[in-house]
Design a protein around this ligand. Structure first.
Ligand code: BGC
Length: 480
């Protein structure tokens, strides 16, 4: 293989015309994250008005809420194939179109089923964009800034949730749920327009045998010397990943990494984050914040703002403190927060409080602790680890499997949360999330490798050593 690296970052990257392209790549990633986040967040404020207008039962409230995640699960599963066949750029355009069309359908829905189908279509678009956007960025950005794009995607999700909370607050006094949902047409259309103006990635052009276009794109976006040498290196790297099948992803030697990835994806959801995000207004309603306005303000502070700020902390600290310490600290905070929410509900149950009470304030503080703890740990760190633990050859497919498990777990939690809460009570429901946080803590301790400061090759070597040591004796070797 040639010794030329795929990128030779010229100083022009920072100053000059190339910066424009990196900015555009960043914009695309941010828009895909915003779409995802806005949609996660907006339903918490809209649900109560939809419920009133369409007389939704608890089950239908769950369907309206959760079918976005079901659509996203399906979208994420087909996105990899779509992005390979049609290109990363066209996959993003398709994701944006589906999203905008679905959002239009939601805002005009005459009844429950059009709304539910539109939610599914929106989710489908989100699922495709959530795979194609980061993939596009990973292939376009120079490696020095690649990590920053992964984190800006997570940050954009949290900003999307915050924007949704703000639009919920601004529109809740008139009960304008159609506008709340319809506003998301804007980032959808923006994504379509911007993605249409962008070229596909040099790697995708090479895969499709279009070397001239690959060369032209590389020259236009990153520029720098020795274009042909770098394209040859890319081609050699691509050869490594062609012919990789799903069977390779499930090969015994990779099974441990796959289990860790799937475990991280599932534990991120079953510890309750989206139940809390989707149903935060309802939680505040139970806690005595009686008017929709009070509820959305409480949500903006405890979910929206705190989520964004704590994600910024994670971005600053993930390489300094490492992944596992952040996960430990976050899981302890999440457990404390969720158990305090459970306790507040137990108190409320006994005293039937109305109006903002001590228990209501405790719930607010507990929500802040829970969300902040998630946002500097499981939120971004899970995605960072999932991007790091797989060998290059199977990374794309393995990440798709983990993403699908993540959406699947999100779907199950959001499709059952209200019914479970009605059946066993709020306190017990939140205690179950607390127990799952504790289980996650010990699972992370036992199974997750520390990847801080290691190259991807060193991480692979550590897996191999780990497997050998396990075969040699019953004791779990330490990864870190
Ligand atoms: C999760 C989403 C969640 C978001 C909250 C992400 O890492 O995958 O399910 O809604 O964080 O900020």
């Amino acid at each position: 293989m040639s010794t030329v690296t795929t990128e030779e970052v010229s100083p022009k990257l920072i100053f000059g015309r190339f910066r424009f392209w990196l900015f555009m790549v960043g914009l695309v990633v941010i828009l895909t994250g915003l779409l995802f986040g806005y949609d996660q967040g907006v339903i918490s404020g809209a649900l109560q008005f939809i419920t009133k207008q369409f007389h939704l039962s608890t089950t239908l409230q769950e369907v309206v809420t959760s079918w976005v995640t079901l659509g996203a699960l399906v979208g994420a599963l087909i996105a990899g194939g779509l992005a390979d066949r049609l290109g990363r750029q066209r996959a993003m355009v398709i994701g944006g179109v589906l999203f905008a069309v679905g959002a239009l359908g939601e805002s005009l829905a005459p009844g429950t089923w059009v709304l539910v189908i539109s939610r599914f279509v929106v989710g489908f678009g989100v699922g495709i964009a959530s795979v194609a956007g980061p993939l596009y960025a990973a292939e376009m950005a120079p490696s020095a800034t690649r990590g920053r794009y992964v984190s800006s995607y997570q940050l954009a999700i949290t900003i999307g949730i915050l924007l949704a909370d703000i639009s919920d607050a601004a529109l809740s006094s008139g009960g304008k749920w159609r506008l709340m949902l319809g506003l998301s047409i804007i980032p959808g259309v923006l994504l379509v327009l911007i993605a249409m103006a962008m070229p596909d990635t040099p790697r995708w052009y090479l895969r499709s045998g279009r070397r001239a276009e690959a060369r032209a794109t590389l020259a236009k976006t990153l520029g720098g010397p020795n274009l042909d040498g770098r394209l040859d290196t890319m081609q050699a790297e691509l050869a490594e990943t062609t012919g990789v099948t799903w069977k390779d992803v499930f090969a015994p030697s990779l099974r441990r990494a796959l289990w860790v990835g799937i475990g991280l994806a599932v534990f991120q959801q079953v510890t309750g984050i989206n139940a809390v995000i989707y149903y935060s207004d309802k939680i505040f309603d139970f806690a005595g914040f009686t008017t929709p306005h009070q509820q959305t303000i409480a949500t903006i502070i405890s979910v929206g703002v705190v989520n964004v700020l704590a994600t910024l902390i994670a971005i600053a600290w993930v390489d300094k403190f490492g992944r596992k310490p952040l996960l430990y600290a976050g899981l302890v905070g999440m457990t404390v927060g969720v158990v305090a929410i459970a306790a507040a509900f137990a108190f409320l149950d006994r005293h039937h409080a109305t109006g903002v009470s001590v228990a209501g304030i405790v719930t607010l503080i507990a929500m802040i602790v829970y969300i902040a703890s998630f946002a500097f740990s499981l939120g971004p760190v899970v995605w960072t680890l999932i991007a790091e633990i797989f060998p290059n050859r199977i990374r794309g497919k393995a990440m798709a499997v983990c993403t699908a498990f993540n959406w699947g777990a999100a779907f199950i939690v959001s499709a059952t949360f209200l019914s479970v809460m009605n059946a066993i009570g709020e306190s017990t429901t939140f205690l179950i999330f607390g127990a799952l946080c504790v289980i996650t803590f010990f699972w992370v301790k036992a199974k997750v490798p520390e990847t801080k400061g290691k190259t991807l090759e060193q991480i692979q070597a550590a897996w191999a050593e780990h497997d050998e040591a396990r075969q040699a004796g019953p004791k779990e070797p330490a990864y870190d």
